[in-house]
Design a protein. Structure first.
Length: 164
């Protein structure tokens, strides 16, 4: 099994869990923030959904430069919009991974803001950190938000206190 196939198998499994979690987000509480420095529920759910799109930035491109115009952020008007965006990006991620040869994962990738370079790492390490681990981190945050607003937390790896 090549490198891309291993990443795809993990992403496919975890995306099913992500979709379950995103579907539980109540859009009528979209502005909820557990702390003034926290993202809103809508912003966090949107961020969790959009991480599937980062495979393009991390595998097709060789750098991400925050000083360049990245366009207007995608607007969501419902939980269904966020779930649909997640699903659309998953299809694109599968296409990207299916076209990425093993040798591409060794190529360097840089995150920068103009002249300021935050890091340069091999693409294999970048996708592990930014496309998967980063997703898991924010998904965990999202479960805390749901708990704080009394939304039953869905089971992703088995039952939760709410599903037992």
């Amino acid at each position: 099994m090549n490198i891309a196939s291993k990443f795809w198998e993990e992403l496919k499994q975890e995306s099913a869990n992500t979709k379950i979690l995103l579907a539980a987000v109540p859009f009528d509480k979209a502005d909820f923030k557990p702390h003034e420095k926290s993202m809103s529920l809508k912003a966090l759910a949107s961020h969790v959904a959009e991480i599937n799109g980062w495979w393009k930035e991390c595998l097709v491109q060789d750098e991400l430069d925050f000083s360049k115009d990245m366009g207007a952020p995608k607007q969501y008007h419902s939980t269904e919009d966020i779930v649909a965006w997640h699903d659309e990006l998953l299809v694109k991620a599968e296409q990207i991974l299916s076209n990425t040869p093993d040798e591409a994962f060794a190529k360097p990738w840089t995150m920068r803001n103009g002249e300021i370079i935050y890091f340069t790492l091999p693409k294999e390490q970048v996708v592990r950190t930014w496309c998967l681990n980063h997703l898991y981190h924010h998904r965990a945050q999202l479960t805390v938000y749901l708990r704080l607003i009394n939304v039953p937390v869905p089971g992703m790896y088995g039952p939760t206190a709410d599903t037992m």
